[in-house]
Design a protein around this ligand. Structure first.
Ligand SMILES: CC(=O)N[C@H]1[C@@H](OP(=O)(O)OP(=O)(O)OC[C@H]2O[C@@H](n3ccc(=O)[nH]c3=O)[C@H](O)[C@@H]2O)O[C@H](CO)[C@H](O)[C@@H]1O
Ligand SMILES: [Mn+2]
Length: 368
């Protein structure tokens, strides 16, 4: 027995030992191969993507304007992964809206109520940080309290948000209780005597702070007027590489009626036979890199205008419209996202008013 037992390993490992050894080695090798390969392929690919983003970024720092991680990340280079979710299926033959335009001729979605599912979008944009830039120069600090309070209720709820408040009066910024994952950053900036210079220089300041901070701190930037309040959901459905908002006064107008700059001397000039939409300067945004490019271009156009002794008719809004004509936005927000209840009667197809003007006395508030 003992002998036999002692023999057994000999036998076992004996004649057939080579083939057993071969089988074991094959098993180890294939186990190692599959477990590692399946783990590593996505990592290699991820690293390639982020290295190429980094390369762009570094290259960009040399030649301006730069690209950032925001260029390659959340919704552009990477197809977002979502968990298992239950939601009603879309019907190809039953479009959600037939009363409004849902797509620009260059296939950018126009965002209206009823056209998107927030749960899917929230999953796609999880781990996204959004910077909201808002200027409160001189007397406009009075608008901050309502702006921030309503933003806490409606703006990007459940996502990481940094409010960048650009002001010449940091001491007058109100303290508002914030939800988790949200914070205020006060950026002190200079003021200008003329309100026209205040609005024009918003582009310069956004451009400068993009390079200094925003590129490193957030994925997307949203630029908003402060004399407004949020009155309904404004979430990640607005986020895209570059987005603009249809101005509530002109969304149904012919292009000849758009108040574009019409003097050829100005850099903001748009001829009568061009133009897609008239965009409002009160709400626009995109990836930090795209907003940086936009703001830089608009600021440079402003400087050239100044050298030529001309100021665009609607200031930075005119330059914004020129830029968006030749850099087609990748999403367009319906007038649900910028409305003025005092100036306009709400048509029935406008189901929600999400961001609306707060009444102000122009002469009084724009003075020093
Ligand atoms: C709905 C819409 O499209 N609004 C545009 C229109 O709005 P408004 O006539 O509403 O311009 P506005 O007075 O709100 O100025 C725009 C923004 O600049 C800031 N600000 C302005 C002046 C000042 O002394 N301090 C200060 O902080 C503030 O954030 C304000 O919300 O025309 C302006 C310039 O002609 C801008 O293009 C606005 O975006
Ligand atoms: Mn305004």
């Amino acid at each position: 027995m003992l002998h036999a037992r002692q023999d057994l390993p000999g036998d076992f490992w004996g004649k057939s030992s080579k083939s057993w050894l071969f089988l074991i080695l094959l098993f180890i090798a294939s186990f190692g191969f599959y477990s590692n390969v399946f783990n590593w392929i996505p990592r290699w690919r991820q690293r390639e993507v982020s290295q190429s983003c980094e390369a762009h970024h570094l290259q960009g720092q040399r030649e301006s304007p730069p690209l950032s991680k925001g260029d390659c990340c959340p919704d552009t280079c990477r197809v977002p992964r979502v968990p298992r979710m239950l939601y009603p299926k879309a019907h190809v033959l039953q479009p959600p809206r037939v009363d409004v335009l849902l797509m620009t001729p260059w296939f950018a979605p126009i965002i209206w109520d009823g056209t998107y599912d927030s749960a899917i979008l929230d999953a796609q944009f999880r781990n996204t940080t959004i910077g909201l830039t808002v200027f409160a120069i001189k007397k406009y600090v009075v608008f901050l309290k309502l702006f921030l309070e309503t933003a806490e209720k409606y703006f990007m709820v459940g996502h990481r948000v940094i409010y960048y408040i650009l002001t010449d009066r940091p001491a007058d910024v109100p303290q508002i209780p914030l939800q988790e994952g949200r914070r205020v950053v006060i950026l002190k900036v200079r003021n200008y005597t003329r309100w026209q210079d205040v609005v024009l220089h918003r582009m310069e300041m956004i451009s400068n702070f993009s390079q200094q901070r925003f590129l490193h701190e957030v994925d997307y930037l949203v630029s908003a007027d402060v004399d407004m309040k949020f009155s309904d959901h404004v979430g990640v459905e607005i986020l895209s590489s570059l987005f603009g908002t249809l101005h509530p006064g002109f969304y149904a107008s012919d292009r000849q009626r758009f108040t574009y700059e019409r003097r050829p001397l100005s850099q903001a000039y748009i001829p009568e036979d061009e133009g897609d939409f008239y965009y409002a300067a009160a709400l626009y945004g995109g990836s930090v890199a795209e907003v940086y490019r936009l703001a830089t271009a608009c600021h440079q156009a402003t400087l050239i205008d100044k050298a030529n002794g001309i100021e665009a008719v609607w200031h930075e809004e005119s330059h914004l419209n020129k830029y968006l004509l030749y850099h087609k936005p990748t999403k367009v927000l319906s007038p649900e996202y910028v409305w003025d209840e005092r100036m306009l009667r709400k048509p029935p197809y406008l189901r929600r008013l999400r961001y609306v003007a707060v009444p102000k006395n122009h002469a009084q508030i724009r003075s020093r």
